[in-house]
Write a protein that binds this ligand. Structure first.
Ligand SMILES: C=C(O[C@@H]1C=C(C(=O)O)C=C[C@H]1O)C(=O)O
Length: 357
């Protein structure tokens, strides 16, 4: 099967409103595919209900009626044959950035609003995110963009999924939330961002502190289950045009906690939300002025009999009939500067912008 044939199949599955996900794990060559062929996917109210589930999980940042927590049952794991007609490409139109996207002036108001509780010591860290909305070209193909990302981002988890409940999402994320085979499990603290042109990356105090906050949080959550992980890091990793600081946590997971319970304890980590956990999560809900939907939620296969690979949903876009909404955020500390954080989100948005053609 040619790549062009594969991407047309993916586009047709989206047009047919199928329940499917295709994903490529870091450093693997072949993407894996899952599709539910009968009934409707499970809709869950609470992350802990994942303890009773196996399948492809799609969890929003915040579960609500518009963004439910979904599990696709993997009825089939090979590409289906679908009737593909050759698409007549319409008139070319340029990708246009819509006014609804926050410009730097509007972003600066939100930056000030987020900085206040950091400056007065109420909160230690807050992740401020924004989105960029662009017109979808007639020639845009989600399937082709997925394969572009597979090629361009070998170190990331690249995915495309569709369900009628979530809509269509595509992304290329570097951040593992929970990975496990048998009783060997892993999670990762990924925080601190640079955009090096070349050579070695150096890390300032702000980035080291951000990384330290996420590491301490993960240790605390794991130790609440009496898990003492083996720790490796922090070290520098590449993710497309960006570099991050990463610390690995490896541990045994006997009978309990089950993965759903652990995911509930981990999500949302301060890499995407903030500290203290509950206060930061509430602050974002009331002040960010956008619904993050599935951005900064988590996704991937949950299969306790086989292999579990759950990633944080970053460097992603929501694909609609006429619009593409790209998301990016960055972690603010009291020492953050407006220009640096804006620039960081610009670089993060490029991850999706670079695969649109
Ligand atoms: C929030 C995002 O990325 C997260 C935030 C980072 C940071 O602030 O340094 C780094 C990696 C991710 O954990 C994003 O890509 O939107």
């Amino acid at each position: 099967m040619t790549e062009q044939h594969s991407y047309r199949i993916l586009d047709v599955l989206i047009e047919q409103d199928a329940y499917f996900a295709i994903f490529r794990l870091p450093h693997e060559t072949a993407p894996r595919f899952v599709m539910q062929t009968s009934g409707t996917p499970s809709i869950l109210r609470d992350i802990e209900e994942l303890n009773e589930q196996q399948g492809f999980v799609i969890a929003p940042f915040r579960t609500n009626a518009t963004s439910p927590l979904i599990v696709i049952r993997p009825d089939r794991t090979t590409f289906p044959e679908v009737n593909i007609s050759i698409r007549k490409d319409g008139q070319e139109k340029a990708y246009l950035q819509k006014h609804i996207s926050k410009n730097k002036v509007e972003y600066s108001y939100l930056f000030d609003r987020f900085h206040k509780p950091l400056a007065n010591g109420e909160l230690k860290k807050l992740v401020l995110s924004r989105s960029k909305i662009i017109d979808r070209k007639d020639t845009f193909s989600p399937g082709r963009s997925f394969f572009n990302a597979v090629e361009k981002y070998p170190h990331s988890y690249v995915y495309l999924f569709h369900t009628p409940q979530s809509g269509t999402w595509l992304g290329s994320t570097p951040e593992i939330l929970l990975r496990g085979v048998r009783d060997e499990w892993h999670t990762v603290a990924l925080a601190g961002t640079r955009y090096p042109n070349s050579g070695t990356v150096t890390w300032d105090d702000k980035n080291l502190r951000e990384q330290h906050l996420v590491t301490s949080y993960l240790l605390k959550q794991l130790s609440s289950f009496h898990i003492t992980p083996e720790i490796n890091g922090p070290y520098t990793i590449k993710a497309g045009n960006l570099a991050h600081l990463r610390t690995d946590f490896s541990f045994n997971l006997p009978e309990t906690p089950k993965p759903g319970t652990l995911l509930k304890a981990l999500h949302p980590t301060p890499a995407v939300s903030g500290l203290p956990k509950d206060e930061a999560y509430r602050f974002i809900q009331h002040n960010e002025e956008q619904d993050r939907l599935y951005y900064s939620g988590f996704l991937g296969m949950l299969d306790t009999e086989g292999e579990t690979d759950i990633y944080v949903n970053l460097r992603c876009m929501h694909i609609e009939k006429n619009l593409l909404t790209l998301f990016a955020g960055s972690g603010l500390l009291v020492s953050s500067s407006l220009d640096d954080e804006w620039e960081e989100t610009e670089h993060k948005l490029e991850v999706m912008l670079n695969i649109l053609q």
